[in-house]
Each structure stands twice: as structure tokens, then as C-alpha cells.
Design a binder for this molecule. Structure first.
Ligand code: HEC
Length: 378
């Protein structure tokens, strides 16, 4: 549980920092200070998450282009939110705004590091890190499953056939989660909320990349906007269900991975919640919250991905692989091909493993024999 407490510590810190970062919107009547721009460029236009834009050196045309199309992490603003005329007036206002270097906030110095290129670089490193450690962990399980020892049998069975069986299992057992469907439809549904919600979010991202590459802001009713929002809520619902289960299910603690399992659920919760908040805040008038919530979102995603190979997240690729390997082994045996080693098919495996474990412990540390608890991963 240490990791969990650590994460709560970070959260508590964020909770303390966020209100400090959020500027109080001032009741001035000019265009700039009542716009959403304030959230990122500061009440005096001396910077926030975005750069200072007081005394802007841009031409009026360049300014309009940036407002309409956005720039890096800055979202585009459509004419319905800020007309061309208002953009012009705001431009004049900014040209005449006083340059107050003392007001460039520390947060801007952080924000300045978060240019599109840097964010892309950070995420590249984060993804590489997760991929390398994810693959190392995955290979370990494949090795434990004895794939190498199966090679001669697989050759006789036919590699093509084996791949066919594996792919079918990846779809039926992995993607459709057949075992859970057979066992408990309610839990299959809750699990599906997260699994298919996440898949939907990934799909939406690809579709947006294709149909809205500039990520121009869309109406809420646009399918490209509505679909990811619905998926986000589905994931959130699923995660909340799991969090409640963690509180109420007395068997959820396997005595070993609880902290890391809960870390995954918590990070997923914060990623989705901050994503929904980011969306909501862009449409609200609490502009002071835009930057902190955006940072909260970035931090959540980063933590979720960096920790992925070490938390329950890895069940997403380890479990389907292990089931697929089991199915291939079953198919090989069913085809009458000699595996070359003894295979212990489930069920009944647990009791035997447990008996063996107790037997071993009884020999090496007899006083611990009644404390044996087996852990299956995942
Ligand atoms: C979500 C935060 C956010 C909001 C809201 C936002 N901006 Fe920005 N803005 C940025 C960031 C970040 C940059 C720097 C982009 C880059 O260079 O990659 C930027 C850049 C700019 C620039 C270019 C500055 C330069 O010198 O290159 C202008 C001008 C600008 N914003 C104006 C506006 C106006 C006007 C609004 C309101 C309609 C607005 N911004 C709303 C984050 C925001």
C-alpha cells in the first residue's frame, strides 16, 4: 500500500498547489480579462501556461490566425466564441497592455517547458520507457509459459495453425473476455465499461487524427466529440465500480499486489476525470482553472503510462497472451501431438500447487506451513 499512500501524497500536494496557481478572475470589463485566454495567458497577459502576450509583436493577421487555429497546446477559438471584430479589439488592447516582467509567473516557466515539441518528446520518452519495461515483463511471462519448450510440438502441429488458434483466442478470450462472460455477466459488463471505453477512446483519437487533424473545437453534438465523451464516462463508471469493489470485497487483497493494483485503478480514474474536467473547463468561465486542470491531466496520463509495466495495467497484455498460449497448448494436445513434457491442465491445478507449496514449506520452515498463500498472476 506504500505506493498508494505515495500517490495520495502527490495528490494532496496537487490539491494544495492548484488553488494557489488558479488566479482569481478579476471583474474588469475589457475583452481580454473576461475571455478564456486569461486561463492560460494570465490576467495581465503576462503568461500562465501560455506565453506572455502583452505588447504582442505579432501582426493582427497572425494574431487572428493563432486564435482561430490554436497553436501547440492552445485550442482554437471559433468565431462564435470570439468574433473577428472582438479579436481585433483584443489585439489592440494587448498591444497597449503594460509589460510587467515581475508578473511572469513561475508556472509559466514550467508552462514554457511544455511546448508542443517538449510534450511530444516527454511522451515519446514515457512511451518508450513503458514499452521497454512492458516488453521485458511480457517476455518473462511468455518464458514462464514454456513457449520455448513447445517448439518441437508446435512444428509438428503447424505454426500457421497455432497462430490461427492464438489469434482466435486473443479475440474471444482476450477482447471479448469470454471467461468472465461465462462466470458473471455483471462483472463482465463492468469490466467491459473500462475495456471497451478505453478502446473507444483510442479509436476516437485515431478518427480525430484523420477527420480533424488540426483538432479544431467541435460542437458537443458532433459525433467526433460525443463519442469520446461517452467513452470517457463509461470508463469512469467502470473505474468507480472497481473502486467500490476494492472497498467492499474482502477477498480482493491477494496479500501481494493490492497496492499496485489499486494504483492502476486510481491513476486510470484521475486520467479520465481530468480529461473530462479539461473538456468542461474549456467551456466554462472559470478560466483560472484551465492551466492547473490541464497540468493535472498531463501528470495523470504520464503517471499512468510510466507505471503501466509495474501495475495491474499489464494484465491488459499479459492475460490475453497467457490464455492464448494455453489455448494453443490445448489445441496441440487435442490434435494428438506429443508435447514432450507433462502438462497440468486446469481445473484442479490450484489445489495441487497449494499442496506442493505447503509440502515444501513444511520441510524448509515448518512454523510457516499454515501461512502458505498462493498468488496467481494476474
Ligand atoms: C489552454 C491554454 C490556452 C488558452 C485557453 C489560450 N492560449 Fe494562447 N497559447 C497557449 C500556449 C501554450 C501557447 C504557446 C504555443 C506554442 O508556442 O506552442 C499560446 C500561444 C498564443 C499566442 C502566440 C504567442 C507568441 O508570441 O507566439 C497568442 C497570440 C495567443 N496564444 C493568444 C491567445 C488568445 C487571444 C486566447 C483566447 C482566445 C488564447 N491564446 C487562449 C495556451 C492557451
Amino acid at each position: 500500500m506504500k505506493a498508494v499512500r505515495g500517490w495520495f501524497g502527490i495528490l494532496a500536494l496537487l490539491c494544495a498547489i492548484i488553488p494557489a496557481l488558479a488566479q482569481e478572475p478579476m471583474p474588469t470589463k475589457d475583452l481580454y480579462s473576461t475571455s478564456s485566454c486569461v486561463g492560460c495567458h494570465g490576467i495581465n497577459a503576462m503568461g500562465g501556461l501560455g506565453p506572455p502576450i502583452a505588447k504582442t509583436k505579432l501582426s493582427a493577421e497572425e494574431f487572428l490566425q493563432i486564435v482561430r487555429h490554436g497553436k501547440g497546446m492552445m485550442p482554437a477559438t471559433p468565431p462564435e466564441q470570439l468574433s473577428d471584430t472582438d479579436t481585433q479589439s483584443m489585439y489592440r488592447e494587448l498591444e497597449n497592455k503594460e509589460w510587467k516582467p515581475a508578473e511572469i509567473p513561475i508556472s509559466y516557466k514550467v508552462g514554457a517547458l511544455l511546448t508542443t515539441r517538449n510534450v511530444a518528446k516527454i511522451f515519446l520518452v514515457v512511451f518508450l520507457f513503458a514499452a521497454v519495461f512492458g516488453v521485458i515483463g511480457w517476455l518473462r511471462w511468455v518464458r514462464l509459459a514454456g513457449l520455448k519448450q513447445m517448439k518441437p510440438a508446435l512444428r509438428r502441429f503447424g505454426y500457421g495453425r497455432a497462430i490461427g488458434v492464438a489469434l482466435q483466442s486473443l479475440f474471444v478470450d482476450g477482447f471479448l473476455v469470454k471467461s468472465l462472460w461465462d462466470k458473471n455477466k455483471a462483472r463482465w459488463f463492468a469490466h467491459g465499461l473500462m475495456l471497451y471505453g478505453m478502446c473507444g477512446l483510442a479509436l476516437a483519437d485515431i478518427l480525430i487524427q484523420i477527420f480533424n487533424p488540426t483538432r479544431a473545437d467541435l460542437a458537443l453534438s458532433d459525433p467526433l466529440k460525443l463519442f469520446p465523451i461517452i467513452c470517457g464516462f463509461l470508463v469512469l463508471l467502470g473505474v468507480v465500480y472497481v473502486m467500490i469493489r476494492y472497498r467492499n470485497d474482502e477477498f480482493i487483497d491477494n496479500g501481494w499486489t493490492l497496492g499496485r493494483d489499486y494504483l492502476f485503478v486510481t491513476l486510470l480514474f484521475h486520467t479520465v476525470l481530468s480529461g473530462i474536467l479539461t473538456l468542461a473547463i474549456n467551456r466554462s468561465t472559470s478560466h483560472g482553472w484551465v492551466m492547473p486542470i490541464y497540468l493535472y491531466h498531463l501528470v495523470s496520463i504520464t503517471a499512468l503510462i510510466v507505471s503501466a509495466p509495474f501495475t495491474r495495467f499489464q494484465h491488459a497484455w499479459v492475460v490475453p497472451t497467457m490464455i492464448a498460449l494455453t489455448r494453443v497448448t490445448e489445441a496441440v494436445v487435442a490434435a494428438g501431438v506429443d508435447l514432450g513434457f507433462e502438462r497440468e491442465p486446469s481445473p484442479g491445478r490450484h489445489h495441487k500447487s497449494e499442496r506442493i507449496a505447503i509440502d515444501v514449506i513444511q520441510r524448509v520452515a515448518p512454523d510457516l506451513a499454515d501461512k502458505v498463500r498462493l498468488r496467481y498472476y494476474p
